[in-house]
Design a protein around this ligand. Sequence first.
Ligand code: GRF
Length: 204
Amino acid sequence: MGKLRLAVLASGRGSNLQAIIDAIAAGELAAEIAVVISDKEDARALERARRHRIPHCFLDPKEHPGPGAYDRALVALWREYRVDLVALAGFMRLLGAEAVRAYRNRILNIHPSLLPAFPGLNAQAQAVAYGVRYSGCTVHFVDEGMDTGPIILQAVVPVRQDDDPETLAARILEEEHRLYPRAIQLFAEGRLEVVGRRVRIKDK
Ligand code: GRF
């Protein structure tokens, strides 16, 4: 079998995309990025793809109005680029049922909290406001819900007394950059088995 072909979807900064690019370059992740897709024309993630000569495209939501249209356009792109696995990396649109169904258990997301705590937007601010002592990040399969799919890996970071959402986000982000390539590598090795809502990690 050839290398795992990834699509990375990002709306903004793209630091997780960069971590994936770097892990591939370092030989820690046996995959290739087939395409980077963004719903924002000015996403820094697209700039990173350009710099690394990775195929990339801006998929304009305005050109795909109506229920399910954007999802269908995404799936068409994934097929066109013969994508094996989709990695959401700061992609700010909720995927619809059509996309999830078409790539069931082949879409991953990274979320900056220990799910099921603090799903949705501003997870780091939610954690600081709630007063938890630990937070972290989660890589999970994407299902029809918001940040609800089966959990693959999590990493824990302490929340410090003087943290604000930005300082906590920075501490979590460091762990994100380690965790996401590891989770993708497990998928590439065929070691993830979804049983109900639990993910079993098979031995090598
Ligand atoms: C990360 O915190 C990720 O967990 C969340 O969105 C942020 C994306 O950051 N889903 P970046 O674009 O990868 O730098």
